[in-house]
Ligand binder design. Sequence first.
Ligand SMILES: NC(=O)C1=CN([C@@H]2O[C@H](COP(=O)(O)OP(=O)(O)OC[C@H]3O[C@@H](n4cnc5c(N)ncnc54)[C@H](O)[C@@H]3O)[C@@H](O)[C@H]2O)C=CC1
Ligand SMILES: O=C(CO)COP(=O)(O)O
Length: 368
Amino acid sequence: MSLEKVCIIGSGNWGSAVAKLIGTNTQRHGNLFESSVRQWVFEEKVNGENLTDIINREHENIKYLQGIKLPENIVAVPSVVDACKDATLVVFVVPHQFVRGVCEQMKGHLAPNARAISLIKGLEITSSGTRLFSEEIERILNVPCAALSGANIADEVAKEKFCESTIGCPNVQDGELFYRLFDTDYFRINVIQDHVGVQLCGALKNVVAGKNIMTLYPPPQTQPLPLSLSLFLLVGAGFTDGLGYGSNTKAAIIRRGLMEMRKFGQMFFGDMVQTETFFESCGAADLITTCSGGRNRKVAEAFVTTGKPIDVLEKELLNGQKLQGTLSAAEVHEFLSARNMTAEFPLFNTVYRIVFENAPVECIVRDI
Ligand SMILES: NC(=O)C1=CN([C@@H]2O[C@H](COP(=O)(O)OP(=O)(O)OC[C@H]3O[C@@H](n4cnc5c(N)ncnc54)[C@H](O)[C@@H]3O)[C@@H](O)[C@H]2O)C=CC1
Ligand SMILES: O=C(CO)COP(=O)(O)O
């Protein structure tokens, strides 16, 4: 049996934490995987030097995951084509707004039997409906694509603090292989077959995209409007933190948010999503951790306490990391209002009004 050749597409905060897991496991399971793992790094200068050169010399991504050593079998590669050439297992972990452009460059370069897994938290909403990133990857690259999502704040995973995660993979054999690629004693994987539910959960707690994001990263004209739903809940939790409310209030936001997530799944995905999936790490657990410690929550809290715009705070607080949310509140609102459904999602709607219509932040508890 030939060994699987793994490549990682992405090298941000989560991409780097995941590189540590994968680098360790490809060495641990030498009967399954080639040890050397290529990681595509979006090249940039850090202290006047190429980030890829720093990673390959220091074995540390000093910009996106400072202080964590990466296994030496992780090789940073600045060209996405070189990184993915002949790969048989491809791990996608880029901010959602870059997926399409990156996939287009990878076309024709993977091994014929390649399989992919998406760690991206986001969702596209097109004029004709919703699309998962696994579907987008399958559509462009013609490879089957599973999904991994969970209560996984990258810095904590990188420091080896115990957590769980969920892999959704319809093919049982591939699910077993991905389990071997990610599972460790501090990062415990549960594999289920509902890859739709796994991605929907990750997307719905982390809202992104739409017109503003499209202005920053315009897609080719023929491509659908990317519009992922997720950050609302985190923004809501960040607002209540900014107001100085307590744990009870946040729990109420989380509960209401979970209800709206389930409702969205039922309305737009129907039987494709299993209710049990919301009780996996990718569901309620991810909602809880991100509403406690995520970047979106942090920026939303600062939005209340400083009064500064979200995009300014993203630059000031995140050092190049991307919020998978904020700006799309308007487009999510647009999507729901086009269907006369905003009243059915009161939490989503209230967050929109606070961010874009200057409604008082207190509405987050008064109007839901
Ligand atoms: N950070 C976290 O704790 C977690 C993140 N995720 C998800 O993982 C995905 C990736 O996020 P992170 O690794 O955290 O990224 P990040 O937000 O930390 O970093 C941004 C990344 O985008 C790259 N980039 C900047 N401009 C680019 C361009 N024009 N084209 C391509 N890449 C560009 C940067 O080089 C950097 O690698 C997201 O969907 C996120 O929701 C999932 C679980 C945990
Ligand atoms: O998805 C995450 C944890 O599971 C990270 O969320 P943030 O992007 O808000 O940091």
